[in-house]
Design a binder for this molecule. Structure first.
Ligand code: BJW
Ligand code: ZN
Length: 247
C-alpha cells in the first residue's frame, strides 16, 4: 500500500522531522480547527476567542472556553498515531518532533523534547507580567463549551492568568521557531501529519524541508494530491497510516 520509494526513504533517513497539527489528535476525540462540521472555527469565532484583544474585552469568556478545551484534553488519551511517532524516535538516528498542538498527547505517548510552536493549554501565564504561576492549575469543572469563568489571579502582580497558547497576531516562541526551522533545513525526511498548513509561520516548516531537498510525506485524509517525486500524500487517518508506515 505504501510506495516502495517512500519506505526506502524512511528506512535510510538519518534525521526525521515529524510536524503535527490538530489532525493527529482527532482520533483521540480532540476537535480540529477547520474540519467541516466538527472544526472549532466552524462553531466558534476565532476573533472572539483567540486574540489578545478578545481576552482584554472578555477575559471570562476566553478563559472559560480554554478551560473547557483543557478539560477535554485531560479526559483524552494518546492514539496510535501519537504512539507510533514516539516509537519511531527509538528507531531512527535523529528525530525532531514539532507540533502546532496545544495538548500534551505527544508527551503522554512518550515523546520527549517536543517543540510546541503554538504553546500549551497546560502552561498559563500572567497576562500582565508574563510570569507562570507556582502552583499547577486545578482540574477544570465539567465541560460546557463557552461557559464563562473568571481567570485566576497572578500571585506576583495580581494580574489575570491567560492561556499559554499563541493567539492570532502574536509572535511564536522564538527559540521554538528557530529550532523548528533549523531541523526542517537539516532533515532528510519530514512527515507532516494532520495539518491544513494554512497558519503561518508554522506552515513554512514543511516548505523549508522540501526546499532543502528532503522527502516530504503528508498524512491527511483530506490532503491535496502532490506532484513532486519527493513529495507524497497518504490520504488516511493518522491513527491508521502511521502504525502502517512505521511498521
Ligand atoms: C486528519 C485527521 C486524522 C482531520 N488524521 N489528519 C501570512 C499571510 C496571511 C496571514 C498571516 C501571514 N503570516 C501570519 C499571518 C497571520 C496569522 C495566519 O497565519 N493566519 C492565517 C489563518 C491566514 N498568523 C499569526 O497570527 C501567527 N502569528 C504571527 O504571524 O505573528 C507575526 C504577526 C504579528 C501581527 C500580524 C501579523 C503577523 C500566530 C498564529 C497562531 C495560531 N494559533 C492557533 C490557535 C492556538 C490557540 C488555540 O488552540 O486556541 O493555532 S489557530 C489554530 O490553527 C491553532 C493551530 O495550531 C493552527 C493550525 O491548525 P491545524 O493544526 O493545521 O488544524 P486544522 O484544523 O486547520 O487542520 C487539521 C487537518 O487535519 C485538516 O487538514 C484535516 O483534514 C486533517 N485531519 N482528521 C490526519 N484523523
Ligand atoms: Zn503577574
Amino acid at each position: 500500500m505504501m510506495p516502495a520509494s517512500l519506505i526506502s526513504a524512511l528506512r535510510s533517513a538519518r534525521h526525521v522531522v515529524v510536524f503535527t497539527g490538530a489532525g493527529v489528535s482527532a482520533e483521540s476525540g480532540i476537535p480540529t480547527f477547520r474540519d467541516a462540521l466538527t472544526g472549532l472555527w466552524e462553531r466558534f469565532d476565532p476573533g472572539e476567542l483567540a486574540t489578545p484583544e478578545a481576552f482584554r474585552r472578555d477575559p471570562a469568556l476566553v478563559w472559560g472556553w480554554y478551560e473547557w478545551r483543557r478539560m477535554r484534553v485531560l479526559q483524552s488519551q494518546p492514539n496510535p498515531a501519537h504512539l507510533a511517532i514516539a516509537d519511531l524516535a527509538r528507531h531512527v538516528p535523529q528525530l525532531t518532533l514539532i507540533t502546532q498542538n496545544v495538548d500534551d498527547l505527544h508527551e503522554r505517548a512518550g515523546s520527549e523534547d517536543v517543540i510546541h510552536l503554538h504553546g500549551s493549554l497546560h502552561r498559563p501565564r500572567c497576562f500582565a507580567c508574563a510570569r507562570e504561576p507556582a502552583e499547577p492549575l486545578s482540574t477544570p469543572d465539567e465541560p460546557e463549551g463557552g461557559r464563562r469563568l473568571e481567570p485566576p489571579r497572578c500571585s506576583h502582580c495580581g494580574g489575570r492568568l491567560r492561556p499559554g497558547v499563541v493567539w492570532f497576531g502574536e509572535s511564536l516562541p522564538v527559540a521554538a521557531l528557530n529550532a523548528a526551522f533549523q531541523a526542517a533545513g537539516e532533515c532528510d525526511l519530514l512527515l507532516s501529519v494532520g495539518t491544513s498548513g494554512v497558519v503561518y509561520p508554522a506552515a513554512e516548516v514543511p516548505h523549508r524541508a522540501r526546499d532543502a531537498g528532503a522527502t516530504v510525506v503528508h498524512v491527511n485524509p483530506q490532503g491535496e494530491p502532490t506532484a513532486g517525486n519527493r513529495e507524497y500524500l497518504i490520504a488516511l487517518p493518522a491513527g491508521e497510516a502511521l502504525p502502517e508506515l512505521l511498521r
